[in-house]
Design a protein around this ligand. Structure first.
Ligand SMILES: Nc1ncnc2c1ncn2[C@@H]1O[C@H](COP(=O)(O)OP(=O)(O)OP(=O)(O)O)[C@@H](O)[C@H]1O
Length: 454
C-alpha cells in the first residue's frame, strides 16, 4: 500500500538514521496517526520491530528474544530467556553482525508500565554499549501523558540520552483530502469533520463516492470499527472511573467550554472538575485555548475536544449507540444530515485556520474573544495582524460581514494596545461572495480557493 504524504517526517527519520553515530529517537503521536506505517515504509526490511503489549514482562522478554534468536544463524533456538540483560546481550550480538538494522520498540509505553526496572536496564545498555556502536534505536509510542513522562521530561533517564524526538501529528485538511479522491470539496470537508486527519479513519471513506452511503456503512452500522473506536480510545486511558470522563467528554462535544458549564451539565462536582479536565488534557483528548494575544493572556481558557473524530463520536455515536445496534442507523444518518452543517461550521473554522497557517505562516494563530465579541481567527506575523471570519451557510457573504470584522478587529487591537503595520482580512465562505471586492488586504476564500491547496 502506498504511503500518502509524510515527506517531512520521512526526511527527518532518514537524516537521523543515516548519520554516523548512534541514534536514540523518540517517535510519538496519537493512536492510529500512522507511526508504525511511517517506520515500515521508510525503512522497509531494515526495520526490526519489537512490538510491546500488555503481556507480562517475562512473556515479553521471551517473545522479543525468540525474534532475535530466529535471526541469529547457528544459535540454539530452544533456550529460554527471562531477563532483560540476556535479551539486550542477544540484541548486541545481532547488531554486531547487522549494524545497518534499525531497532524499533513499538508501543513502547507498555514496557515500563509493566516493569519499572526496564528503563534503568535499557539506560545502562545504552550508555555502556549501544551508544558507542553506531547503531540506531527508535522508541515509538502512542501519545499519552505517559510517553512524555517516560521519555521527554527532564528527570527521565531517556531525556538526556535521546538524540531526536518527533511528534507525528494528524494530517491537516489539505493533506487528508488526498485520501478522498472520489469526493467533491464539500464532502471532503464533511468527512474531515468526522475523521480528522487520521489515515486509518480516512481510509474507511476512501472507497466510497457518496457521503451519505459512506456515513451509514462505515460509521452508523453495527460492528463497524468507527462505532467503537471512541470508546476504545477513552477507556484505554481511563479504565478506572470511566463514567465521569464519558459525561465530561459528552458535554464538551456538545459545545460547553467553561469549567462551570462543564461541571453543571456533566454532573461532576465543581470542586473536582479541574482534576478531571487536567487528566483529559494530559492525554490530549481535550485541549484548552486562550484568546490570541501579544502578551500573557488575561482571560481564562476555553475547553474543546481535541480532534474531530472524538468530537463526532461523543456528539453523535456515543449517545445513539443503542439505535445503531438495533439497526436503525439509516434513519439516524438522515436526521444527523439535517443538522450537520451546524456541527461542520466549527470544522470549517479549523480548516480556515490551517489555510492561513499554510499561506501566511504566522507566529501565533488562534481565536480571539472578549465578553461581547469573538473573532474566528486572529493571527500575528511580525507587525502584521491577520484576521478571519468563517461562514458555513447557504448564503453568499457580502460587505456587511467584512465591516463587522473590521469593527471587531479595531476593538481587538485597542485591547492589545498595538499598532500593526498592516491588517489582512480573510473571509471564508461555503457559498461564495456577493457585493464585495477582493483587494491586497482583503482575501475572499471560497471552496474553490480551498481546493487549490489540495
Ligand atoms: N501516510 C499514510 N498513507 C496511507 N495510509 C496510512 C498512512 N499512515 C497510516 N496509514 C494507514 O493507517 C493504518 C494505521 O496506521 P499505524 O498502525 O501506523 O498507526 P499507529 O500510529 O502506529 O497506531 P497505534 O498507535 O494505534 O498503533 C495503517 O495500517 C495504514 O493502513
Amino acid at each position: 500500500m502506498k504511503m500518502i504524504n509524510r515527506e517531512k517526517e520521512k526526511d527527518f527519520l532518514e537524516k537521523k538514521i543515516y548519520s554516523n553515530k548512534s541514534e536514540l529517537i523518540i517517535l510519538y503521536g496519537r493512536r492510529r496517526v500512522g507511526k508504525t506505517f511511517l517506520l515500515e515504509k521508510t525503512f522497509e526490511e531494515k526495520a526490526v520491530f519489537f512490538t510491546a503489549d500488555l503481556s507480562n514482562t517475562s512473556y515479553l522478554i521471551n517473545r522479543f528474544s525468540r525474534e532475535i534468536i530466529s535471526k541469529l544463524p547457528n544459535f540454539p533456538g530452544n533456550i529460554q530467556v527471562n531477563q532483560w540483560d540476556d535479551f539486550f546481550g542477544l540484541l548486541k550480538m545481532y547488531l554486531l553482525q547487522n549494524r545497518d538494522k534499525i531497532i524499533i520498540f513499538d508501543e513502547f509505553q507498555y514496557i515500563p508500565f509493566q516493569d519499572s526496572s526496564f528503563m534503568s536496564i535499557f539506560q545502562r545498555w545504552w550508555d555502556t554499549e549501544f551508544s558507542k556502536m553506531n547503531v540506531n534505536f527508535i522508541l515509538c509510542g502512542s501519545y499519552s501523558g505517559m510517553i512524555e513522562k517516560i521519555a521527554l521530561e527532564h528527570n527521565s533517564p531517556l531525556y538526556g540520552r535521546r538524540t531526536g524526538q518527533y511528534k507525528i501529528l494528524p494530517m491537516d485538511f489539505f493533506d487528508s483530502s488526498k485520501f478522498l479522491p472520489n469526493f467533491n470539496i464539500e464532502d471532503k470537508i464533511y468527512i474531515y469533520s468526522i475523521t480528522d486527519g487520521i489515515p486509518l479513519y480516512l481510509k474507511e471513506f476512501s472507497e466510497f463516492s457518496n457521503f451519505e452511503e459512506a456515513l451509514f456503512n462505515r460509521v452508523f452500522s453495527p460492528g463497524e470499527f468507527l462505532v467503537e473506536e471512541g470508546k476504545f480510545l477513552t477507556m484505554e486511558e481511563f479504565k478506572k472511573d470511566p463514567s465521569n470522563y464519558f459525561s465530561i467528554m459528552r458535554v464538551i462535544a456538545d459545545g460547553k467550554t467553561t469549567p462551570v458549564e462543564i461541571s453543571n451539565f456533566s454532573g461532576v462536582e465543581n470542586r473536582k472538575i479541574s482534576t478531571y479536565l487536567s487528566k483529559l488534557l494530559d492525554v490530549e483528548l481535550i485541549k484548552k485555548e486562550f484568546p490570541v494575544s501579544l502578551k500573557k493572556p488575561k482571560r481564562k481558557p476555553l475547553y474543546y475536544i481535541n480532534d474531530e473524530y472524538i468530537k463526532f463520536y461523543f456528539k453523535y455515536i456515543f449517545p445513539n449507540i443503542d439505535i445503531i445496534y438495533r439497526g436503525h442507523g439509516e434513519q439516524l444518518v438522515k436526521s444527523i444530515l439535517l443538522e450537520i452543517n451546524n456541527y461542520t461550521s466549527f470544522t470549517f473554522e479549523k480548516i480556515a485556520r490551517q489555510y492561513i497557517e499554510r499561506v501566511e505562516s504566522p507566529q501565533k494563530i488562534g481565536k480571539w474573544w472578549n465578553k461581547d465579541i469573538e473573532i474566528d481567527i486572529a493571527a500575528i506575523k511580525e507587525n502584521k495582524v491577520i484576521v478571519g471570519e468563517c461562514k458555513w451557510t447557504n448564503k453568499k457573504v457580502d460587505n456587511r460581514v467584512l465591516q463587522k470584522l473590521q469593527l471587531k478587529t479595531q476593538k481587538m487591537i485597542e485591547e492589545w494596545n498595538f499598532e500593526p503595520d498592516e491588517i489582512i482580512y480573510y473571509l471564508f465562505s461555503k457559498s461564495g461572495f456577493t457585493n464585495i471586492l477582493e483587494a491586497e488586504n482583503i482575501k475572499l476564500i471560497d471552496l474553490e480557493s480551498l481546493s487549490e491547496l489540495i
